[in-house]
Design a protein around this ligand. Structure first.
Ligand code: ATP
Length: 199
């Protein structure tokens, strides 16, 4: 079990995955909050059954999977329903993340949390992946097929860059080439190993 956890935060398209993939290359176990939030609504999970019971077949695809877009649309303007879904899923997501962190066999584990709005209490240290909004827009539109306006709206709905940087212990600026991430990750990995060994 990893006794040291490094949380990774960063806005949409900032490069959290590009960075965490490089840590994984050193054998570091990566736990992704986004993955956990999908896993708790897979077919067969109680979370999906409860959602299907409340909202009916309209939010379930033909293959029995959650239609995330349909659910989002259903609860988007309805605070009460949104809270209901959050109350249902958040404990399950947190449980799954805790299980995965506890099962991590590397010296330290990474917790990638795209929704981090304050220092994540599960992490001993916070690494922020930082890019300018222009770079975020360019990479998000290229990857997700959203237009610039949509990308800017998503960025505006997320934590402002300055507030995220305020709780960072470490920062990787990801405005260069992908290969430029190698050096900073190598250096931080060595630091995290030392911190984990001293913890
Ligand atoms: P999200 O939270 O939106 O899932 P993320 O923070 O995990 O995003 P990535 O998926 O790592 O971000 O990166 C976003 C996109 O930008 C990807 O298509 C990725 O390949 C690309 N990208 C990341 N870093 C760089 C870089 N330094 N140079 C060029 N492209 C990059």
């Amino acid at each position: 079990m990893a006794n040291y956890v490094v949380g990774i935060a960063g806005g949409i398209g900032s490069g959290k995955t590009a960075v965490s993939d490089r840590f994984a290359g050193y054998g570091t176990v990566v736990v992704d909050a986004d993955v956990a939030s999908r896993d708790v609504v897979r077919p067969g999970e109680p979370g999906l059954a409860a959602i299907a019971e409340r909202y009916g077949g309209a939010v379930i695809n033909g293959n029995g999977e959650l239609n995330r877009a349909a659910l989002r649309e259903r609860i988007f303007r309805d605070t009460e329903e949104r809270r209901w879904v959050e109350r249902l899923l958040h404990p399950a997501i947190n449980r799954l993340i805790a299980e995965r962190l506890a099962a991590a066999t590397s010296a330290y584990a990474l917790l990638v949390n795209p929704l981090m709005r304050a220092r994540d209490a599960r992490a001993n240290r916070i690494l922020v992946v930082d890019v300018s909004e222009e770079v975020q827009v360019a990479r998000t539109t290229a990857r997700d097929g959203v237009d610039e306006e949509q990308a800017r709206a998503i960025i505006a709905s997320q934590l402002p860059r300055k507030e995220r940087l305020a709780f960072a212990d470490d920062v990787i600026v990801n405005d260069g080439a992908l290969a430029d991430l190698d050096g900073p990750v190598r250096k931080l990995h060595a630091e995290y190993l030392e911190l984990a060994n001293g913890a």
